[in-house]
Design a protein around this ligand. Structure first.
Ligand code: PLP
Length: 369
């Protein structure tokens, strides 16, 4: 029996599991004992383990996912005068990272799966196009077979923003292994997140890894010799240690989210457009994003029933005022954006809560028939 007055928050980041709390306390004790709060063994240990998990030669941890995307672009020398093609639908950090290198973001279209439409890339390619920045949006991998073909055909470099899909796979390869450089956010909202801001950059290219390591700390070699003027992008060692301790629980978290998504999809697929999965891939569920005509009405109705939802995002990045003059080809995206709504999905949700959300979405949709 579903209780009438359940409350469902969009996300709950409190750490209630006793074992998880003990693990984190142990990490804090260890760090207090060794006293290395900047760089040191916690950072090198995390970098080694993440590189191994993703299947890449190098991992460089940095201060946030935004900084990871920015440094990935700087690592391949993206600069003023260059154009970088990306999806119009992502958290604004993706476009900002391009802009902050001095390059111009250029926005292609998306498909119904909310990921970049490979067929629209050629519509915006120019002689200034230097890179293509994919986003594995909502946890669903981009269509890399098509994307890699196009990147190779035009000799443009591929950068992957895998911030929302850590743990996902495409053609047997992990998210984070598709770009010349790939960037990941581990902010606390992410499925594999720390207890604060942290990001990671992955590559197989030693020269790029070295450059990013130098850029990470004011562009210096051995702290004293300046190579490329930069800022401080180092991750906190304590946070790196917390993140490392959470790696072992990642499969459990991914599974629980997939179970919730399955429950939503089985029950809602006749009432709205439910999330899909790119061919040859195994997605994760960072968000569970449905598409529905009366998105605002449904969101209001769910709020009245104590269910929090989120519109991610109300605007395409290309619709944001500072990007109004960028080259765009966003025909489908500008329609799709009006319909997206994220339902709550996180490990702490009970089946009762999920069923309560399902019941209310169905009630609302049935009220029109
Ligand atoms: C796709 C994408 N890129 C970049 C970022 C930025 O990451 P951070 O918040 O760690 O700076 C996010 C964060 O939400 C994201 O979802």
């Amino acid at each position: 029996m579903i209780k009438a007055s359940l409350q469902v928050r969009f996300l709950d980041l409190s750490i209630t599991n006793k074992e998880d709390r003990e693990d984190l306390k142990e990490v804090l004790e260890r760090c207090m004992d060794h006293g290395q709060f900047v760089m040191g063994q916690e950072i090198s240990n995390l970098e080694k383990n993440l590189a191994e998990y993703v299947g890449r030669d190098y991992c460089v941890t940095v201060s946030s996912g935004t900084d990871a995307v920015y440094l990935a672009l700087k690592g391949i020398d993206i600069k003023q005068g260059d154009e970088v093609i990306t999806t119009p639908l992502s958290w604004i950090a993706t476009a900002n990272a391009i802009k902050m290198t001095g390059a111009k973001p250029v926005f292609c279209d998306i498909n119904q799966d909310l990921n970049l439409d490979p067929n629209s890339i050629e519509k915006v390619i120019s002689k200034n196009t230097k890179a293509l920045l994919t986003v594995d949006y909502t946890g669903n991998m981009a269509d890399y077979e098509q994307i890699i073909k196009i990147a190779n055909k035009y000799k443009i470099k591929l950068i992957e923003d895998g911030s929302q899909a850590f743990g996902a796979k495409y053609d047997g390869r992990k998210c984070g292994s598709f770009g010349v450089v790939s960037a990941i956010s581990h902010n606390p909202m992410k499925i594999f997140g720390g207890l604060g801001e942290i990001g990671s950059v992955f590559t197989n290219d030693q020269e790029i890894a070295n450059k990013i390591q130098i850029l990470r700390y004011n562009g210096t070699v051995n702290k004293e010799f300046l190579k490329y003027p930069s800022l401080n992008f180092r991750a906190d060692s304590l946070n790196a240690a917390f993140l490392q301790s959470r790696l072992k629980n990642l499969p459990k978290k991914l599974n629980r989210r997939s179970e919730i998504a399955k429950r939503y999809t089985e029950n809602l697929k006749n009432y709205c457009l439910t999330p899909t999965e790119t061919k040859n891939s195994q997605r994760v569920f960072y968000t569970y994003t449905i598409q529905i005509e009366d998105r605002d009405g449904l969101s209001k109705y769910l709020a009245e029933n104590n269910i929090e939802t989120k519109i991610q995002h109300p605007l395409l990045m290309s619709e944001q005022e500072p990007y109004a003059d960028c080259k765009t080809y966003t025909k489908k995206a500008s329609q799709i954006i009006k319909k997206v709504l994220c339902l709550p999905i996180y490990e702490g949700l009970s089946d009762d809560q999920v069923d309560y959300v399902i019941e209310k979405v169905i009630n609302y949709q049935k009220s029109f028939t």
